[in-house]
Structure formats: structure tokens, C-alpha cells
Ligand binder design. Structure first.
Ligand code: SAH
Ligand code: SF4
Ligand code: F3S
Length: 448
């Protein structure tokens, strides 16, 4: 036995929810006396927090895992953990595939890591995937950034989009109470963080599962009410939220964003397809016309708002004409950023069983055509920043040029300018934009 502190390593795949879960699990491990190790090969506990949204995300995990499983034969006291969405989806089957694993734990169990690990250290092999009520975490997350922080507001998803594994792996919606959320934000504000992002897979569902209705019959707690409730927390200068669902997006929310100075003018609203029949087959619950009306309404209140989204190409049965409707929507809305993906059939989802799957060639071709359009449109959108003065929250040094710092504008554009990170980290700086590219800007600080 060595006397140096035991070390842990975490690699995180997937979305912001997983990143937030990893920060909480890292906090728990540090509370237990483990020290962080960048290199998994120096660690005594290795945790992979996994994603299964598309097949390639899942396959990546298996290749990482294979290497560490081999290492365990030489170092039997190595503890191997698979957490997150692949763990939830595969459960026991993961142990058959990788018998070296000590712990398989679904996303709902993240806050229970200490308890689960103690059982592992007693010599058990554990699978924790049963649905549970998510308890508040009493340890402090180990956050990656010192400037921006994630705050979970609702876990899970009650939608049933026909392509999507998330409801299977993340479980039903569970909102945290406004009091617990505010308490976390107050702590973050007190620690010097400047920006928070409120997180939920379908953040517009926030509060539906909490008790109480207003005299008008609305839920007492909604995302809009939450924004008003946390807006005055000292220290916090910017508030963001994601992900919005077009089906539940309200004008009341748009008004709140326009009215509340800390809420940034950036909306991430996935649309998935620009074709109504495909949207119906996806069970998204809105039409492309409704999506356009939402964007028009946002721009009515905030003409300069940044708009981003997600889209899928090659959904089963998608014809060339239907795909062109997606191109048309992208052309006409003018997204600042769009995450695109080729449809990937996922186990346990309805669309995976349909017979009208498209070939990989067709999907790859459509993805490439869409991405080409996306970067043209993003460059057009970037152009409007030229010569403007933008507020940038400095997060880090530019990894490609140490004489520069980098941060984000309120519209979430990455921006670079000359400056010293030690002096500027966490500062809001007015920057005159002198160069623009599709997805980033360069400028000069004014009045530094
Ligand atoms: N809750 C969010 C998205 C969660 S998943 C929403 O409702 O929009 C993130 C993105 O992954 C989705 O927006 C979708 O574009 C993509 N995605 C999900 N399942 C997919 C699949 N089976 N194949 C390809 N892309 C998928
Ligand atoms: Fe998946 Fe749809 Fe839920 Fe988003 S809203 S997480 S796409 S099921
Ligand atoms: Fe992936 Fe799970 Fe997020 S499947 S995208 S990590 S909810």
C-alpha cells in the first residue's frame, strides 16, 4: 500500500448535463480524499461519464474502456466506473461485455457516488440503474471553470421524440426547488463566478412536477418565474439557459429575457427538421411555421438576439424534398450556430425499428450540404459585429496565442483580444470587433 493520496480520473463525454454531473462527482471524490489526476494511467479510480446519443458516441467509450480494463489485470486494486447514459442503457450487459468493471451507475445516481463506492471498496460489483428520486448533493462540485458555472434546474425528460434515447436513460422530469437552485447560485456568486447556465434537457418543462398553481391556473413555478427569482443574486452578471423546446416556449419567457438585464440575448432552440411531416414522425409537437413564429417573436423583442439550434438529417423516410425544407429553414432563419447530426438509430427508440432507414451515403451527403450552408449563414451573422463594441466575459487564455485572451459575447460568440489572462480572467471587457469569422471574432479592448 502506498501512503500518497489516492487519485481519481474522470473523462466526460456528451452534453452539458453530463459535464455538470461530472463536476458533482469530482466534488464527491475530493470530499472522500481523492486527488485529481489528469492522466488516467496514474489514477486509482477511473470514471467514464458516458453518452449514447448516437452510435459513434457510444463506441468511443468502449475503446477507452478496453485499454483500462487491460491495465486492471496488472493493477487489481484499480477501480473502474462507468457512469452516465451508456451505463443506464446497458446496465448489467456492460458487466458481461467488460467484466473488469466495478461500478455501473446511471445518471440519476451521480449524487450517490460515495455510497456506491464504499460498497465497491467492501468488495462488491455494483449496478445502480434503478429509477430514484434525485437527492440534493451536499458536497461541493469541483467546477472546471472559475468564471462560468452550470446549474441543473430540471433532470430527465418526459418527451418521446421517436429518435431519442434521453428519456430512457435520464428518466422522468424532476425539478429542483427554486430555493435549492437559488442557494446554489448564491454560493457560486459568492465564490466569484460571473456567469451561470441553467440546465435542463427540456428546460421549458421546469416546475411542471412541483406543487402549486396560480389563481389563473398556471403552474406556480416556471422557468420564467425562476429567472425573476434568481436574477438579483449578487456577483452573477450573466444568466443563460438551455435547452429550449419549441413546443413549450412562451412569449412570457421572451418578455422576461428582454426585461431582465442579466439574461443574455441568446436562445438555443433545436428544431430538428424544417419539414412538417418529418417533425410529425419525430413526434416533436410543433410545425416549422410555429418555430418561425417563435424566432420572429424573439426578434420583435430583441432584434439582435443570437439564435442557435440542433438539426438532424437523414431521419427515416426523409426525402430529398423534405431535406430541402430543412435547408430552406436554415437559409431563412439565419442561425448564429447550428449543431447538426446524421440520424443514428438508437436501441429502444421507435424510429430505429422502422424499415425506411436511409443509407449512410445519403445521410453523409445531406450532412455535408447542411454544414456548408450553416457556415455560410454563420459568417453572414458574424458580419454584423464588425466595428461594434461588444461586452466579452474573459474565461481563458487563447490556447493558440498566449498574448491573447478569450471569452464570449452576450450572444455567445467566441471572441479573442490582446491582453493578460492574469489581469483579465473573470472580467467583463468592452471590445471593439475588428475581425470576424463564421464562429468567432477578434477585437481590441477599449479603455483597459
Ligand atoms: N433536449 C434537446 C436535445 C437533446 S439531445 C432537444 O429536445 O432538442 C441533443 C441533440 O442530439 C438533439 O437536439 C438532436 O439534434 C441530436 N440527436 C438526438 N438523438 C439523435 C439520433 N438518434 N441521431 C442523431 N442525432 C440525434
Ligand atoms: Fe430527446 Fe426530445 Fe427529450 Fe430532447 S425533448 S431530450 S430530443 S426526447
Ligand atoms: Fe448524451 Fe446522455 Fe447527454 S445520451 S447527450 S450525455 S443526456
Amino acid at each position: 500500500m502506498t501512503t500518497s493520496p489516492r487519485r481519481y480520473h474522470i473523462t466526460t463525454f456528451g452534453c452539458q448535463m453530463n459535464k455538470a454531473d461530472s463536476e458533482r462527482m469530482a466534488g464527491i471524490l475530493e470530499d472522500m480524499g481523492f486527488a485529481f489526476s489528469e492522466d488516467p494511467n496514474d489514477a486509482d479510480v477511473i470514471l467514464y461519464n458516458t453518452c449514447t446519443i448516437r452510435d459513434n458516441a457510444e463506441q468511443k467509450v468502449y475503446s477507452y474502456l478496453g485499454r483500462q480494463a487491460k491495465r486492471k489485470h496488472e493493477q487489481p486494486d484499480l477501480t473502474l466506473i462507468v457512469a452516465g447514459c451508456v451505463a443506464q442503457q446497458e446496465g448489467e450487459a456492460l458487466l458481461r461485455r467488460v467484466p473488469e468493471l466495478d461500478l455501473v451507475m446511471g445518471p440519476q445516481h451521480a449524487n450517490r457516488l460515495q455510497d456506491l463506492l464504499e460498497q465497491v471498496f467492501e468488495g462488491n460489483q455494483i449496478v445502480a440503474t434503478e429509477p430514484v428520486h434525485i437527492m440534493e448533493d451536499i458536497t461541493k462540485p469541483r467546477r472546471d471553470s472559475k468564471v462560468t458555472a452550470w446549474v441543473n434546474v430540471i433532470y430527465g425528460c418526459n418527451e418521446r421524440c421517436t429518435y431519442c434515447v434521453v428519456p430512457n436513460v435520464r428518466g422522468v422530469e424532476q425539478s429542483r426547488t427554486p430555493e435549492a437552485i437559488r442557494a446554489e447560485i448564491e454560493e457560486i456568486g459568492g465564490q466569484g463566478y460571473k456567469e451561470i447556465t441553467l440546465l435542463g434537457q427540456n428546460i421549458d418543462a421546469y416546475g411542471r412536477d412541483l406543487p402549486g398553481v396560480t389563481p389563473e391556473g398556471r403552474h406556480l413555478h416556471t422557468l420564467t418565474d425562476l429567472l425573476y427569482y434568481v436574477h438579483d443574486v449578487p456577483g452573477i452578471e450573466r444568466i443563460r439557459f438551455a435547452t429550449s423546446h419549441p413546443r413549450y416556449f412562451t412569449e412570457r419567457l421572451i418578455k422576461a429575457c428582454a426585461e431582465l438585464p442579466k439574461v443574455c440575448e441568446h436562445f438555443h432552440i433545436p428544431f430538428q427538421s424544417g419539414d412538417n411531416d418529418i417533425l410529425k414522425a419525430m413526434a416533436r409537437g410543433y410545425t416549422q411555421e410555429k418555430y418561425r413564429r417563435i424566432i420572429d417573436k424573439i426578434r420583435e423583442y430583441m432584434p439582435d438576439a443570437a439564435i442557435s439550434g440542433d438539426a438532424i438529417v437523414g431521419f427515416p423516410g426523409e426525402t430529398e424534398a423534405q431535406f430541402e425544407n430543412t435547408l430552406k429553414l436554415v437559409e431563412e432563419i439565419g442561425f448564429d450556430l447550428l449543431n447538426t447530426a446524421a440520424y443514428s438509430p438508437r436501441p429502444g427508440t421507435p424510429a430505429a425499428l422502422w424499415e425506411n432507414q436511409l443509407s449512410e451515403e445519403v445521410k453523409a451527403d445531406r450532412l455535408q450540404r447542411l454544414n456548408h450552408l450553416v457556415s455560410i449563414k454563420a459568417a453572414e451573422r458574424s458580419q454584423r459585429y464588425q466595428n461594434r463594441i461588444e461586452e466579452v466575459l474573459v474565461e481563458d487564455q487563447n490556447p493558440k496565442d498566449p498574448t491573447q485572451v478569450m471569452g464570449r459575447t452576450r450572444g455567445n460568440r467566441l471572441a479573442f483580444f490582446t491582453g493578460n489572462i492574469n489581469a483579465l480572467k473573470g472580467k467583463l471587457v468592452k471590445v471593439k470587433i475588428t475581425e470576424f469569422r463564421a464562429f468567432s471574432l477578434t477585437g481590441e479592448a477599449i479603455n483597459l
